[in-house]
Design a protein around this ligand. Structure first.
Ligand code: FMN
Ligand code: SF4
Length: 409
């Protein structure tokens, strides 16, 4: 019988001793040397990737195992997603749960080396991981495996799996066309398991014998935007709603109320205040027409204008696209330009129809990553749910934002 740490985020940073006191490294001790049993457990684990795309972890592992080794494991902690801080806090506070998870994965796929890919500006997280790796080396927990940190460049696309592999190869961190997928040909051209650090952090508790406890389901959610106390919260997604989470973050400041929420980072569709009683499960969030992503939840108060809000999102994607694919360049810059016109009161309703035309135009154009699709959901949902804000700009030459700097343009 093995037990494992249940909560991912301790109140303070845990060293090896404190982590062990909570049951840390017991799952690795139980299964790390029994590869058949470990693979059996991994094959049935109901874990989807928490970097945002929610691809089933077990399927990815089985893809990595199809190609002969040597194999590698990359723990993705690049986290340049606006509004997401869960990976940063997880690595800072609990580096050992990430390491234990990555070592379990390495044991399952027979990987020689585990690389922790951490955004280079996350100095505290990198230092915390470096200290933890020193403890692991002194304790011999990794056996012959090489464990090291690689500094991820500070760009949004650097977190994309194939871009991470380019960075590891000493090249510019830009996405590569796939296939071949990292699971077939990744680091050094070898099969590589690239997963988010929170995904790995779930393995110790999900693979252990006591995996049925409620805490095993907890997820990390970052709340930002118009709340009193933005931050990262560890929640049970089955019992916590968007409304609960906003309350945990101190609610919306002053007299303002919630106008919109973006539940899964800047690429997710906005939902309106009528949807706040939605639970934080992937299914529930998809059920209200949005995407869970990495649970980077942005709260927008009724003092804001949704046109300006979504124009900032479109500008982000236009700025962060890496320029390799003409279709992505064209779409992201056009979206941003069109929304800029609406903000300035220089647009008509026909112009809004151009978003769909642009999407159709680029639909068959080659792309090397998913960023090209990202502006569509936030923009289309803003137009659909907050039409009166667009009407204010288009028909009335004013802005619905209540604060002075934005009103009456
Ligand atoms: C533009 C872009 C940026 C991404 N940034 C990150 C990131 O910072 N961290 C991350 O874990 N995944 C990021 N991803 C997803 C990765 O490509 C990859 O799917 C993920 O690391 C796999 O881990 P998971 O299956 O555990 O989610 C990004 C994807 C795209 C398209
Ligand atoms: S789709 Fe966009 S961000 Fe992705 S590789 Fe192409 S240009 Fe770069």
């Amino acid at each position: 019988m093995s037990s494992a740490v249940e909560r991912l985020l301790p109140p303070e940073r845990e060293n090896l001793r404190a982590y062990r006191d909570r049951g840390g490294y017991q799952t690795l001790a139980a299964f790390g040397h029994n590869q058949d049993l470990l693979r059996e457990r991994v094959a049935s684990v109901t874990l989807t990737g928490l970097g945002g795309a929610h691809f089933p972890f077990a399927t990815k592992v089985s893809a990595v195992l199809k190609t002969p080794g040597p194999r590698y494991v990359v723990a993705n902690g690049a986290e340049d997603e606006p509004g997401s801080q869960k990976d940063k806090l997880l690595i800072e506070r609990n580096p050992h749960v990430v390491i234990e998870g990555a070592l379990l994965a390495a044991a399952a796929v027979d990987a020689d080396e585990v690389i922790f890919y951490i955004r280079e500006s996350l100095l505290e997280a990198s230092a915390s991981m470096a200290d933890a790796l020193t403890e692991v080396a002194a304790d011999g927990l990794a056996g012959d495996r090489v464990l090291r940190i690689h500094a991820a460049p500070i760009t949004y696309v650097a977190g994309e799996a194939s871009a991470a592999l380019c960075s590891l190869a000493g090249e510019d961190a830009k996405p590569n066309a796939q296939p071949p997928y990292p699971s077939e040909s990744g680091y050094l051209g070898q099969p590589t398991l690239v997963s988010n650090v929170e995904t790995f952090a779930n393995l110790p508790r999900m693979l252990s014998d006591d995996a049925s406890s409620a805490a095993s389901r907890s997820r990390l959610a970052t709340v930002t935007g118009d709340v009193v106390s933005p931050g990262v919260f560890e929640v049970d997604p089955l019992t916590t709603t968007l409304r609960d989470l906003i309350a945990m973050a101190g609610g919306v400041p002053g007299e303002a109320t919630v106008k919109a929420v973006q539940p899964g980072g800047p690429s997710s569709a906005y939902v309106s205040a009528t949807q706040l009683d939605t639970a934080l499960t992937n299914e529930a969030i998809r059920g209200i027409g949005s995407q869970p992503g990495c649970l980077a939840i942005r709260v927008v108060a009724d003092t804001r204008c949704m046109v300006e809000e979504v124009a900032a999102v479109a500008a982000f994607f236009a700025r962060e696209q890496c320029g390799q694919c003409p279709g992505c360049r064209m779409k992201t810059t056009s979206y941003s330009t069109l929304l800029g016109k609406v903000v300035q009161g220089a647009a008509n309703w026909e112009l809004l129809g151009q978003f769909a035309t642009i999407d159709e135009f680029v639909a068959d154009m080659p792309r090397k990553c998913a960023l090209i699709d990202m502006p569509t959901a936030p923009v289309m949902s803003a137009v659909e749910h907050f039409r009166s804000d667009f009407a204010d700009h288009i028909d009335n030459e004013k802005c619905s934002a209540r604060n002075d700097s934005q009103s009456e343009k």
